[in-house]
Design a protein around this ligand. Structure first.
Ligand SMILES: *Cc1c(COP(=O)(O)O)cnc(C)c1O
Length: 382
């Protein structure tokens, strides 16, 4: 990639589970001069984002939808387009983000059944199977990585169960904290919606709600009895826009975040076209994660996820050692110019903290981001 005529200011190293560090190239792309959203020069920039997102998710015919908003808007899009009032949704809850997805679905009239796991775990495959057999669910939601606990759900395993015992149920994967840092095989696993945002593994500033919808889910959408229950989030309005941009035309519903699309395009190019390959990218996230988790273990710190096999690779949630609280730890990291995140899960909020390790901080080891945070942690806890 060519070097941009721009270098971002020295700043504190941002290691939270999103937003993450972004490259000079991506920031410079965001500084593109103002452009018309229907300009022939802009159309392929948007179209390529759609095409490259398919590559990231390993899908041939999933339909990407890019709408100004944050990750949360993805929940509203699912709830207002795929559920009709009174229909059943099964929410697999592995933390804070399961609670919120359930609340969003209920806002649009869904009848929500929640399978809640204990803190640090995800609902068991047996419980998921029993729940799916209890009544017909229109959709099931999985939080791939619950950012409040660092628990990684077995998305592929759950897809297999759904296909076996309730094949009409749509599988919705909240991948806000997993896309581009955890492996996701949209077609092969049989996922119906992946929803995410730009500011986590996708390495772009915040501001874009990013979805990919299966052809099966689009059919379910097209055969709704009632109209979509949102104006701005309606796929009736957005699908023609996505199809237009992809086919080299432009159509207007609501102005897209033009500059952010340039930035997203630059980041997607780095993810799909430059080294490392996607497979290597996932491997690097695993290795970096294990290195950090081992270092924390050596310091006597206990992770929030109960089973190491189901701990996220793009972030780490870890309890403070006995007797220490946030104010003993976070200011010290801050003094070393490192920003991490405090607790979020209501049951353990003040007892743990979270470190993000996604994107650049992982795939460009020459930056030394991981070395820095490990050294600082060793200094604090050693
Ligand atoms: C961050 C996050 C969200 C919410 O995304 P916003 O961009 O903050 O609206 C939803 N789900 C998960 C799993 C997240 O990590």
């Amino acid at each position: 990639m060519s070097t941009p005529p721009f270098k971002q200011e020295p700043h504190k190293l941002l290691l939270i589970p999103g937003p993450i560090e972004v490259s000079d190239e991506v920031l410079f792309a965001n500084a593109h001069p103002s452009m018309s959203h229907v300009s022939p020069d802009f159309i392929p920039v948007f179209g390529d984002c759609i095409r490259m997102l398919r590559e990231v998710l390993f899908t041939a015919d999933g339909q990407p939808i890019l709408v100004a908003g944050s990750g949360t808007l993805g929940w509203d899009q699912v709830a207002s387009n795929l559920i009709e009032a009174g229909e059943d949704a099964l929410v697999l809850n592995s933390g804070y983000f399961g609670d919120s997805f359930a609340a969003c679905l209920e806002t649009y009239g869904a009848r929500v059944t929640e399978l809640k796991a204990e803190v640090g775990a995800a609902p068991s495959p047996a419980d998921v199977e029993t729940a799916l057999k209890s009544k017909p669910f229109k959709l099931i939601t999985i939080t791939h990585v619950d950012t409040s606990t660092g628990v990684l759900s077995d998305a592929k395993g759950i897809c297999d169960i759904v296909r076996r015992v309730s094949p009409d149920t749509l599988v919705i994967l909240d991948g806000v904290c997993s896309v581009a840092s955890e492996e996701i095989r949209f077609d092969e696993w049989g996922i119906d919606v992946v929803l995410t945002a730009t500011q986590k593994g996708l390495g772009t500033p915040p501001g874009l709600s990013v979805l990919c919808v299966s052809q099966k889910a689009l059919k379910v959408f097209e055969t709704r009895r009632s109209p979509p229950s949102s104006y701005y989030a309606s796929w009736k309005r957005w699908l023609p826009i996505m199809k237009a941009y992809e086919s080299g035309n432009a159509q207007y519903f609501a102005t897209p975040p033009v500059n952010l699309i340039y930035a997203f395009n630059a980041s997607l190019k780095a993810i799909t076209k430059a080294a490392p390959s996607l497979e290597d990218r996932f491997k690097m996230h695993k290795e970096a994660s294990q290195r950090l988790k081992r270092a924390l273990e050596d310091l006597g710190l206990r992770q929030v996820p109960l089973d190491p096999a189901f701990a996220a690779n793009g972030m780490t949630a870890v309890y403070y050692p006995d007797g220490l609280v946030a104010s003993d730890v976070l200011p010290k990291l801050n003094k070393d110019e490192i920003v991490v995140a405090g607790g979020l899960h209501k049951d353990i909020k003040d007892r743990y903290f979270r470190i993000g390790h996604m994107g650049l901080s992982v795939v460009d080891p020459s930056r030394g981001d991981l070395d820095r945070v490990i050294q600082s942690l060793q200094h604090i806890f050693g």
